[in-house]
Write a protein that binds this ligand. Sequence first.
Ligand SMILES: C=CC1=C(C)c2cc3[nH]c(cc4nc(cc5[nH]c(cc1n2)c(C)c5CCC(=O)O)C(CCC(=O)O)=C4C)c(C)c3C=C
Ligand SMILES: [Fe+2]
Length: 412
Amino acid sequence: MVTKENSVSRRDFLKLASIGGAGVLVGSTGLGTSLYALNHFGRDNQHSKNKVNFYGKHQSGIVTDVQKHVYFVVLELSTDDVQQVKKMFQDWTTQSVKLMNGDVLAEISKNTLLPSVDTGEAVGLDASRLTLTYGISAEFFKKLGIEHLKPKDFVDLPHFPKDQLNPKYTGGHIFIQACSDDPQVNFHAVRNLVRASRDIVSMKWSQTGFNSYDETKKTPDTPRNLFSFKDGTGNPKFKDTETLDRFVFIDQDWAKNGSYLVVRRIQMHIETWDRTSLEDQERTFGRHRDSGAPIGMKKEYDEIDIKSKNDKGELNIPEDSHVHLAKKANTTIMRRSFSYSDGINEATGTFDAGLLFVSFQKSPEQFIKLQSMMGRVDRLNEYITHRGSGVFLAFPGIKEGGYIGEALFNRL
Ligand SMILES: C=CC1=C(C)c2cc3[nH]c(cc4nc(cc5[nH]c(cc1n2)c(C)c5CCC(=O)O)C(CCC(=O)O)=C4C)c(C)c3C=C
Ligand SMILES: [Fe+2]
């Protein structure tokens, strides 16, 4: 499909290319050509297949139904020129709209002596529910000398007692979270975004991940993590805007409608877990494995009562269980995690697998409260190790005509 902006759908790209259409359409461009010469950054194309809107009050990928795959990347800035960084976010806006429409990034150049503007591995694939979410770390403000614009509650996470963080999975200035139902669509998006800005960013760390569920169901089941438990049940509902405004979205100053993102690369010791009885596994989480119901209840969404007791007068949901402690922390966050599997740990011969834990919250304090509550006594600690960490501010949503991070850059 060809839109008013001369975008070319990736699904129709080969057809057009074979009749010479794409090349004839818009003439030639080179890699150096400005991607937003039209004085705007492109439009959401409502006709694109499997499309999520780029523009909105909040960025996509926060309260968007979770997709099957993630490519999460953290970048480091090599410049301290804030105008250059602003320009990068403007270019990324133009690219993001196209990527989320499932369009190729640029028409074919007739000059085959130049590299293609779009690297091409997503040709033939639709938008695949791609979302692109962007944000910045506390270090970003320092690097650019704009610390006066850093919100007061933007604190880094403290060291938690059981943390075994590897510098390989920490640090950085900017995150991009690409989520979709196709790992190649994610890879293509991240690859092309990074490629466009190689002169000022380098990749610090990244992690891919997956979620599995039957997408043909009208309401797909909550995906199971690699410990086989449903993961995400206790999240606020997307329709519950009151809870989202209270616990997930920032309501202050330029960051209004943004959200703090916490990412933790958490290794899960699968082999130890697999030697644990089902009863102990269920008492670790405080939920039944198969139904996802709180222990003592029948259905996944039955209310959790941490004071409820069984016939023997014992607490149904043990005091040191994950869910009991989460409830005790008395706060709410929006978790949007993905499992990962990265081959074998060479030293131990065990799986290097776990959870790319991602949560969105109004303030990093909410995560700190939860992790402090769990860090000391959570039964789950026996089976997991936190290896990577980051806390970022995910920018507010973008209005059509605007660009990623505009609310911040307007304050310069
Ligand atoms: C500090 C925040 C949290 C970390 C870190 C964390 C790690 C982690 N969690 C699971 C699996 C499950 N978590 C569940 C519930 C749950 N977890 C947190 C917070 C953290 N989890 C919260 C706030 C909640 C919700 C509690 C509630 O109010 O109901 C569950 C139960 C099902 C569900 O609600 O999702 C599972 C299962 C793993 C495997 C893990 C680290 C690898
Ligand atoms: Fe959890």
